[in-house]
Design a protein around this ligand. Structure first.
Ligand SMILES: [Zn+2]
Length: 299
């Protein structure tokens, strides 16, 4: 697993390929057959999946890493949270207010310009990416290992590309699985993103109805004291691509200052340089047991 932690930046294709080599090596060690899929029409995504026909469970983690977030974004998210519509409304209100007053007050025009230009920082590759999303990749590998050891062969593990640019990898993979008729409507899908950083509260996010979100929330809560389930209108992570299957995402986040949402600290910045491996171990133990209990009546 140490080798996985060595390649921290997966922004360019070469870095991504080197990282995929290491995931493949690890999966082969556990006894998995895996395959790279070159998917997508306009934005090419190279995803890696383990072989499993008609899986009952699909686990997804994005392996690509993003750019540096604008300097004002972290304090902003700390105040309002990233999951609330309020934060997006606030951004629009700020821009329009600056627009309105800029004709009377010149400083406002400069401020608007600075805010606009600050968005360009997302083109600068972020160097350290332990929480977002090395933690998710590590979680998937730990799950894969535990499932193999317990003889649970009903799950597919997918490591997807280009989440940071708009969930391109997971969207293309969903289309591919449907085309191959390798996904049943009963398939349960869990995305894991940011589970090893500064966030303290396990959060389940879903974009619509999910018949299994409650079950996993209850199981996680047993071991972590608290687990929140949040329904989101906007995309948060790769579960959004599979929302009609009730897909959910697991992250660890903190409460925002205003009681409207949650935020994940330190991601997309040079401060994302710690990974809480015991927490990932505990989470993957909980998920393995939860799924084993679900499978029991079937086998
Ligand atoms: Zn992420």
């Amino acid at each position: 697993m140490e080798k996985i932690l060595e390649i921290q930046r997966r922004f360019f294709r070469k870095e991504k390929n080197q990282f995929l080599d290491r995931i493949e090596e690890e999966l082969a060690e556990y006894g998995y057959k895996s395959e790279r899929k070159d998917l997508g029409m306009f934005v090419k995504s190279i995803n890696l999946e383990t072989k499993c026909d008609k899986p009952e469970f699909i686990f997804i983690a994005h392996y690509d890493t993003g750019g540096v977030i604008p300097f004002w974004f972290h304090p902003f998210c700390r105040l309002l949270g990233t999951n609330s519509i309020a934060s997006f409304v606030a951004i629009i209100v700020i821009f329009f207010t600056l627009d309105l007053i800029s004709s009377y007050w010149h400083v406002a025009s400069y401020l608007r310009l600075i805010l606009g230009i600050s968005f360009l920082s997302i083109l600068i590759p972020n160097k350290k990416n332990f929480d977002d999303n090395t933690s998710g990749v590590v979680a998937l590998l730990k799950l894969a290992k535990k499932f193999k050891e317990k003889g649970m062969n009903h799950a597919k593990f997918i490591f997807v590309d280009n989440e940071e640019w708009g969930l391109f990898g997971s969207r293309a993979h969903k289309k591919y699985l449907e085309k191959e008729q390798n996904m049943t409507p009963q398939c349960k899908i869990i995305s894991i993103d940011c589970v090893g950083g500064g966030g303290k509260i396990p959060i389940i996010t879903r974009n619509g109805k999910s018949e299994y979100a409650k079950y996993f929330q209850k199981e996680i809560q047993k071991q972590f004291e608290l687990c929140k389930s949040v329904r989101m209108a906007l995309p948060f992570s790769d579960n959004y691509s599979f929302s009609e299957y009730g897909a959910l995402n697991i992250s660890f986040a903190n409460r925002a200052i205003l009681p409207v949402g949650y935020y994940i600290p330190r991601i997309h910045s040079s401060k994302d340089r710690e990974i809480n491996l015991p927490q990932i171990e505990k989470l993957t133990d909980v998920l393995t047991d939860a799924i084993k209990n679900l499978l029991q009546p079937l086998s």
